[in-house]
Write a protein that binds this ligand. Structure first.
Ligand code: HAM
Length: 419
């Protein structure tokens, strides 16, 4: 039997309802905060990701699903959405008139990471991007939005980690200091960190290998290297978070896995997930659009890991799928024809109604109604056809009433609160 690919999974009916509920909460949040939806392709030119995420990142070096299509063009299943949102914003000149735009998108991303709990090769993100404002107040609003999302979903136990990655003016000196420091502790570093210490030394700060963590404990801190503009920006960001009542911790190791970030970066972490503790991450990427050949427009945003959010929400609530509002146990051909008419009319009115389409006896059908947790049941057989009356039974209350055929739909609608 053919199975799904490693790291790719099915979201089964019991769980998909939870996904849907979370997506609805996110969509309501975006409406409240003035974001518009953008829907994007899943496949893009490889160059888009290589140039925006960075050639020396894990994602571009070893995690992208890249292949040549039939004409030999290199294409990639998107590993994240920010690059695509920027591409679309530039391509359709969404900056014409007023460059300020708040966009969101929800969908699957693909990274060939080592699968484990909370880490998949196809995973889903809820993305928000804001273009056209360099104010740290927007960054604070984004973190506030994330905390609002978690509180609306009833998720506690999260913490906001923040940092600043500076800008092209101040970061080179920090990188040089990090490279020099890494040279001093080189003997304790893993092979990846040794290789990267010259070209991408920031990555050394969030390497998970214990010896690297220990070696980097006394590494230089970006905040002490910030230029006056970046320092003021970061101070205003943290002051705004404090004023909004968003608890946050400064995390000098928060460097993020993508190269486009400048200034404010943040991550929402949770203790509920074990090793994969980042449930959302983001930050400012003021230079990306220009670097991709577009206008010089500042931008900032975040992505929530949908799969991880579901895990966290699941821990806090258990809601079984509700059963049908009414189940019709129909016996015989003529009864089934009548039952079909009733359930279709009720479905059309928004009432969830089910029947049995097989040839089971009354006992088996009632057992099924019980298993489905139907709220009401109707038995329809020869006797009912003859009298043109059925018994409508309230399963929980164990009460029943006799209803003439002409009143069945109306009575069910009234009982389930949809007259
Ligand atoms: P990221 O930190 O790479 O950022 O991903 C954001 C979130 O996606 C992570 O915090 C995590 O919850 C989830 N995630 C990432 N990889 C996986 C995986 N393999 N399995 C399950 N969940 C995963 C970005 O992607 C940026 N584009 C965020 C951003 C938007 N920055 C600015 N705007």
């Amino acid at each position: 039997m053919i199975q799904s690919i490693r790291g790719f999974r099915d979201i089964l009916p019991g769980e998909s309802r939870l996904w849907h509920g979370i997506e609805e909460t996110a969509r309501a949040l975006f409406a409240d905060f003035g974001f518009q939806e953008i829907r994007l392709p899943i496949l893009e030119k490889t160059a888009l990701f290589a140039r925006s995420i960075g050639e020396t990142t894990d994602i571009v070096e070893k995690e992208m699903y890249t292949f040549a299509d039939r004409k030999g063009d290199l294409v990639t299943l998107r590993p994240e959405a920010t690059a695509s949102v920027v591409r679309a914003y530039m391509q359709h000149k969404l900056y014409a008139g007023d460059p300020f735009r708040k966009l969101f998108t929800i969908g699957p991303m693909f990274r060939r990471e080592r699968p484990q709990k909370g880490r998949y090769r196809q995973f889903y993100q809820i993305n928000a991007e804001v273009f056209g404002a360099d104010s740290p107040l927007i960054d604070a609003q984004l973190v506030f939005m994330l905390t609002t999302l978690f509180s609306r979903l009833g998720v506690s136990n999260t913490s906001a980690h923040i940092n600043s990655l500076g800008c092209p003016v101040c970061r080179p000196a920090f990188k040089a200091a990090l490279t020099a420091y890494a040279g001093d502790v080189e003997a304790c570093l893993c092979a990846d960190c040794r290789r990267r210490k010259a070209e991408n030394p920031l990555r050394l700060l969030d390497c998970k290998v214990p010896s690297c963590r220990k070696a980097m404990e006394k590494a230089p801190d970006m905040v002490t290297y910030l230029c006056p503009d970046c320092r003021a920006h970061f101070q205003r960001f943290t002051a705004a978070l404090t004023a909004l009542g968003v608890p946050h911790v400064r995390d000098p190791r928060l460097v993020r896995g993508l190269d486009y970030y400048t200034r404010s970066t943040f991550e929402i972490q949770t203790r509920a997930l074990g090793a994969q503790n980042a449930v959302a991450g983001g930050g400012r990427y003021d230079g990306l659009m220009k670097a991709l050949g577009g206008p010089d427009i500042p931008a900032t945003g975040f992505a929530v890991g949908f799969d991880r959010l579901v895990e966290v929400v699941k821990k806090d609530m258990k809601t079984p799928d509700p059963g049908p509002e009414v189940f019709i146990a129909a016996l015989g051909r003529e009864s089934q024809d009548k039952a079909l008419e009733w359930i279709c009319r009720m479905n059309e009115m928004g009432i969830s109604a089910e029947m049995d389409f097989g040839h089971r006896g009354l006992k088996a059908q009632m057992k099924r109604a019980d298993r489905l947790k139907a709220r009401y049941t109707i038995i329809l057989g020869d006797a009912e056809l003859a009298s043109e009356k059925v018994v409508l039974r309230d399963m929980a209350a164990a009460e029943q009433e006799t209803v003439p055929f002409s009143m069945v739909i109306q009575t069910v609608a009234e009982r389930v609160g949809r007259p």
